[in-house]
Structures are given as structure tokens and as C-alpha cells.
Design a protein around this ligand. Sequence first.
Ligand code: CA
Length: 512
Amino acid sequence: MNFFRMRYGIWFFSWGIALFVSCKEIDTKAKSLDYQTAKPNLLYIFPDQLRNAAIGINGEDPVYTPNLNQLAKEGILLSHAIASFPLCSPSRAMLMTGKVPYNNSVLSNANSRRFKFNNSWQRDDISFSDVLVNNGYDAGYVGKLHLTSPPPIAGKDSVIWDAYTPKEDRHGFNFWYSYGTFDEHNNPHYWVNDAKENELTYVDEWSPKHEADVIIDYIKNQKNTLRNNQKPFALFWSVNPPHPPYQYVPEKYLEPYKDKTLDELLVRKNVNLETDAEELRFHNGATRGRANLAKEQVRNYFAMVRGVDEQIGRVLKALKEQGLNENTIVVISSDHGEMMGSHGLMSKNIWFEESVNVPFILRWPVKIQGGQKSDILLSTPDIMPTLLNMMGAVDGMPRDIDGQDLSEQLLTGKGKKPEFALYYFIEEGRPESGHRGIRTAKNTYVVTIDDEDQIRKFLYDNVNDPYQKTNLVGMNFKIEQKLHHELLKALKEKKDPWLKYYSSLEAVAIKK
Ligand code: CA
């Protein structure tokens, strides 16, 4: 009897193991099948003012970004992602609407002075998050928004930057932990979900650390109250650092930079801290006369980059721990870069690479093989249609967007790649004003119109002169003509009001 029981015991035990193993296999196969059909999550992270050179794996700035480097190794790393209008609100509005500035009303940075120009994210513009929600997504927004120009206060001249965004202007985002513009990085504040305008949440912590905690909770969603676990999620995280004021950074992140000399930190060959960049005086967007600030700010900027990388690393770890790594698209980008003394300038809002070339890292383990690099020219308005198509979330996508879908090119490496990215600078309230430019694989070519209607042209050979030290206008007529023609053709196709204005000025110049 004992023998009988033992024999059958072993028999059942073996079958039990076999069954367990095969169930496991089925489970794994089912999971991978799920991944083929299930809609992916999206985690779109865009630290403010993070230039592409400040991603360690690119081997340019002396920065420490181990988490971003690892992400790039596991995904695809773009070298030529271009912030089409390298300024906060216009760049963010292009990301959200897929439209160029004169088609989405955000021509300049949002603040109370521009309330009269309606310089805000338009309720009627069906946006990135509206389409996501329409396709069954749970959508969340954490951090800085800067897309609303608040009304001025009667009798007060001071410019108001921060703004409350009422629910009806949140374009479907149902998890909301955000503010307009507020740069006290050590004492941030937020409007959380249902909070009314006078119900701010004040926090006594470095904003990237605090927001990472919020997002880790969102990812874990332990009580099932932060998002709907039955739906895929799309979370946008707009980290304010590495945006000024640069001194608001935890001391611990400064360690690697403390003893480095300026020459070891400001390694770009176009850094010039002594010039006033007089030749750019005509450009209202250029931050001139402050390049000497780079001496004290560069350490803090890189420290911020290090701190932001660490906080992103914590979020990515949580994603992995929750088993969401495989089918979540993680993107790292920025709204624009930072000049940090290059060409004698600080800040952004100019056509130079330090300002327009932003990071773009995309990881999606089930669909994209790691370790890839691409030099595709991705412009800001392309991001929305590209990601939505990649995610198969296209129901209700507006037909009048300006960006193009580059998902096939990124997923397969095949398909026609864009030949250029456009560059914009526009004055408040005047869609026809400012600069237009074109960034091809080889050149940057820009035509500017200043306040006195004077036209200037700038041409750089980015391959032979990567630091754009020599303006080649007047030196190579053939290339100049070709780029000029390409620029005007592209603007004509996009019905840019600048073109008519520019043509009228040219006609006057010819008559003279
Ligand atoms: Ca910005």
C-alpha cells in the first residue's frame, strides 16, 4: 500500500511539475501575445531646458546621466531631434497640438501680458491627450505646463506667469498634478486634480524628487485610485530643472563638478564669455550680455542634470518592478536646450544647435531593439502623430495637424525621412513676424526680420563647422540659393503668413 501510494505520489508529483511548467510557458506566451496586441503605456518625460549635449552617452558635456545612458542603450537614440521653436510655451504647444505656432495660437511664452493675444492652449484644438483618451487611455500630467496666459490684474503692471488650468482646458488629462510657471524648485506648488484655483498644494522638497514620488505612486496605483488599472496609461512628466534659477539644486549633486575648472566644464569650442554678441542685438529672443553668468551657473546646470537623471532612474525602476517595462514606451526629450555661454549667449530661443537640438530617447522593448541610433530629423510637431501612430491610438486624430507621422521610420528604419526641420521665432501677437529657418542634415539656414523690417541671413555648415562659428552667407551662392528656395517652398506649403510679409519687404528692397 505504502509502495503503491509512493509510486502514484511520484507520478502525480511529476505530472504536477510538468503541468506547472507548461502553464508557466503558456502564461509567458500569452503575455508576449498580449504585448503584441495590447496598447502600450506611454511615459513621456521632458525636463525643461535639457540640451542634447547634456546627455552623457553623447560624449559632449561632462555630465553624469547613467540612467539616461542605460535607457538609450535599451532603445533608440536620436541625434537630430529639433525643437522647432526653442522657447517654452510655443514648443509645448507644438508637442500637444502637432501644429505650428500660427495654427495653435501660442506664438510666444504664456503670461498675463499676452492674455490679450489669446496666447494660450486652445480648448478647440484636439490635442495629443484628447486623442489618447479617445482611444481608451488614462492620461496624467505632472509638473510644469506653461500653456496658459492668465488674465492681468486690473491696476497692476507686474507680469503674472503662473496660471491655473481649469478642467475644461486640460484636454482629457484626468490625473493632474501641475502648475503653470513657477521656478522655486526647492518650494514647488501644484494644483492637484479637483483643487480649485485657491487650493494650491505647497511642497518643501526639490521638485524633481517630489514629482518622482508622485509618479511612482501613480505607476504602482496600489489603491486603484490614481488611474484606472483596466486601461493603458499615458503620463506626461514635465520636470522643471534643469531650468533656471540654477542655484536651486541639492548640494549632493554638485559633488563631481566642484573641483573642475571652467575649461573642463565649458568644453564647447564656441563658448565665448567675453563677447556681448553685438551682431545679434537685432534679435529680441537672444539672451545677450549675460554670458559671464555661465562661470557660476554651469556647475549647477550639470548638477541639475545629474539630479534629474537620478529621479528619472527611480521612476524607471518602479516601472520595472511593476512589470510594466516591456510594454511601456518611455521617451526622454525637452522643450529646448541651453546656450550656456556658446556664441556669447545664455538660455535659448535662437537657431544655434545648443538651443534647438534636444534629446530624444525612445525605449519600447517589445517593438524596438536596443542600442539603435538614428539621425532622423524629428521636429516638435511630428512627435504627436509619430507616437500616436506607433501606439495604434489614432481614432479621432485631427486631420489639420502640421506634423508628420515618422513611426514607420523609427520602428523599421525604412520609409522616407524628412529632408529638413523648420525653425521659428515669432514676436508676441504677430504671426507673420520674426525668423524662419531650415535645418537640413548638413546646414542651418535662417532668414530674420527685425523690428525695423531689416532682413538678415545666416548660413552654417554643420558638418565641417559643427560649432557654427562661421556665417557663410555671401560665401557660397549656390548652397544659399538652394536652401533659400527650399525654405520658401516649405513655408508656402504650410501657408505661413511670414512669407507674404517677407515677400513684401523683398519687393520694396528690389524697387529701391
Ligand atoms: Ca522651457
